[in-house]
Design a protein around this ligand. Structure first.
Ligand SMILES: CC(=O)SCCNC(=O)CCNC(=O)[C@H](O)C(C)(C)COP(=O)(O)OP(=O)(O)OC[C@H]1O[C@@H](n2cnc3c(N)ncnc32)[C@H](O)[C@@H]1OP(=O)(O)O
Ligand SMILES: CC(C)C(=O)C(=O)O
Length: 554
């Protein structure tokens, strides 16, 4: 016998879910304070639960499973805290979990005293594996457990006349249960509860352990609804992530007609966790669906929840990981750099958000573009230029990008790690603006018009060269050629100005001019780049030339 073998198909005829599109959001129930909490090495304290509850409310959850009051004093006390202090907003429904054990129902209902409204959620395993080998119950005995539990909830509820109670039932291990049996038990539970004409019972159909591919979950959800007799059911999903497919399973099961989803932030939960509501919700928002939940402050939420659970999400966790909106590799950076500059135009062209390598706008989840492009030895000129432009507002001309990328690459290889934006700037400054121990220092530069010939400009410069001060004057057909002519009076190799670029930092009257130039050594053909900035365009150019000539003579 083989240890593992194919899982039998569900046997649905004419399934419709593959041709269905999700056009409407399901309702959401956050089970962080129950399923998430029961899986934490250090369960949340009462104080931590209060903070977590507030975060869930702020995100917009209207249903929150707050715990398992019969399990521990902490869970019981938290339930009392919410009720006694009237912390639960009117539009939020809390729920509590209890096994199909009347003795524990009593304690659970006691915890709910004076609550205006609440959902009582009970569960019993219906799979053969669990039923026979854990509970040790026959099919008939499972029906009887359900009957006894529902009756016990009703009896306790009847003593709490000021409160309204709703029912939720989970056939635990639903996806490992014979579907006809699951349907029968669920119909039985609804019959026992006898909901009012306008009331519905939540049937929560869990993939308690993910044992099947996502397509099977969707098949089961579609077939379950076809077979269920009662029309007073809300079909709810609760997927675990043992095979890493919980989000996919839930998305397909929503296509198959489910109305409600239970899950947790970051998928916190037993083993590989529950379905991650952040990923799922943002996936639906990406499809243009209004989910009613607000994750625009996701970075803060991430920080707070990580602190509470002591379990920060992985760097590659969709939407929240520190690296998920970063590009290290050159071709990705180049594409992002080019297209973020034209994002409005691309939006117009494609009729929706469309940027290479970024399926959503990071700003929608509180992420900034600054960290989008990160530099290491895999990076290319586009990404490196993006850093200089974003951090320092300097657009690098192509000839500089090509040269600078080689320098950053060499630096990254030397340090064998990621290069910070500050380090990139240090490489830039040293290469093009302020070389270490310069032989040539510009003290001053005075361009002035020629009194006789209007097309001629004179320039006087004062420089220190190899420790001595020199003053030279020369003429040219512009302030820069006059400056170069004066400089050439020093005992330095002859050079020609190759590229010359001008830009400005900022767009106000106080904007600084930025000049980029390259000079070519007339003797050996070597090319050297310099950058200079100054409020005066001529001074910016002079500084750029000095920086480049320093490289040439150095
Ligand atoms: C899939 C899920 O996440 S379900 C939720 C699971 N969450 C938790 O278990 C957290 C809270 N649980 C607890 O604090 C405890 O397990 C309690 C208070 C519920 C019960 O504690 P104990 O009475 O000591 O029982 P224990 O947990 O050891 O064993 C469970 C017993 O309940 C039975 N049981 C398990 N599930 C159910 C159920 N849904 N309905 C009724 N009985 C159940 C088991 O068969 C076992 O019975 P046995 O004592 O006759 O062998
Ligand atoms: C109690 C149920 C809903 C559960 O947590 C599960 O089956 O995973």
């Amino acid at each position: 016998m083989k240890k593992y073998s194919p899982i039998p198909e569900i046997g649905i005829q004419n399934r419709t879910w593959p041709d269905t599109q999700i056009t409407q959001s399901p309702t959401w129930c956050a089970v962080d304070l129950r399923d998430g909490n029961q899986a934490l090495p250090d369960p949340l304290t009462l104080e931590q639960k209060k903070i977590y509850f507030d975060i869930l409310v702020k995100i917009g959850f209207k249903e929150i499973e707050i715990g398992f009051p019969s399990a521990s004093k902490d869970d019981y006390d938290f339930c009392r805290h919410l009720i006694d202090n009237k912390v639960i907003p009117d539009d939020v429904m809390i729920s509590v979990l209890v096994p199909a054990r009347p003795d524990l129902v009593v304690k659970t209902m006691d915890a709910l005293r004076d609550v205006p409204k609440a959902t009582v959620h009970f569960y019993v395993a219906t799979s053969d594996l669990h039923r026979e080998h854990v509970l040790g119950k026959s099919h008939q005995e499972v029906f009887e457990m359900c009957t006894a539990t529902v009756q016990s909830i009703k009896e306790e509820a009847s003593k709490l006349k000021e409160s309204t109670f709703y029912l939720e039932f989970s056939p635990e291990e639903f996806t490992d249960t014979d579907l006809d049996f699951a349907v029968e038990v669920c119909d039985h539970v609804i019959e026992q509860w006898q909901p009012a004409a306008d009331e519905k019972v939540i049937l929560n159909l869990p993939a308690t352990v993910e044992r099947r591919p996502p397509t099977h979950y969707a098949d089961m959800i579609e077939l379950f609804q076809r077979k269920l007799k009662s029309e007073q059911a809300i079909i709810s999903l609760h997927a675990h992530n043992d095979m890493g497919c919980a989000v996919a399973s839930t998305q397909l099961a929503i296509q198959a007609g489910a109305h409600r989803v239970e899950g947790t932030l970051f998928g916190q939960g037993e083993r590989s966790g529950n379905v991650d509501l952040i990923t799922l919700v943002l996936n639906l928002q990406y499809l243009g669906i209004d989910t009613g939940l607000d994750f625009s402050d996701l970075m803060n939420i991430t920080e707070q929840i990580s602190e509470l659970t002591n379990m920060p999400p992985h760097e590659r966790h969709p939407y929240v990981g520190s690296l998920v909106f970063s590009a290290f590799s050159g071709s990705h950076q180049d594409a992002i750099h080019k297209s973020t500059l034209r994002k409005d135009e691309l939006m117009e062209t494609f009729g929706r958000w469309k940027i290479p390598y970024l399926h959503i706008d990071p700003a929608d989840v509180g992420r900034e573009f600054e960290n989008l492009i990160r530099i290491n030895s895999q990076s290319g000129k586009g990404g490196i230029a993006h850093i200089i432009e974003k951090e320092h507002n300097i657009k690098l001309p192509r000839f500089v990008q090509v040269d600078f990328a080689k320098r950053v690459q060499a630096y990254a290889e030397e340090v064998s790690r990621e290069v910070s934006t500050q380090e990139v700037w240090k490489v830039f400054e040293e290469a093009y603006i302020a070389p270490k121990n310069p032989k040539l220092v510009l003290n001053n530069y005075w361009p002035y018009p020629d009194e006789d010939q209007s097309e001629i400009v004179n320039a006087k410069i004062e420089v220190e060269f190899k420790g001595e001060t020199f003053t030279h004057e020369a003429t040219g057909n512009g302030p820069i050629s006059a400056f170069v002519a004066a400089l050439k009076k020093l005992d330095i190799p002859d050079f020609v100005l190759e590229h010359f670029g001008e830009d400005s930092i900022g767009d106000s009257a106080q904007a600084e001019a930025v000049s980029s130039i390259s000079v070519k050594n007339s003797d050996n053909g070597s090319v050297h780049i310099g950058f200079g900035y100054h409020s005066n365009i001529n001074h910016a150019a002079a500084r750029a030339i000095i920086a480049a000539v320093n490289k040439l003579i150095g």
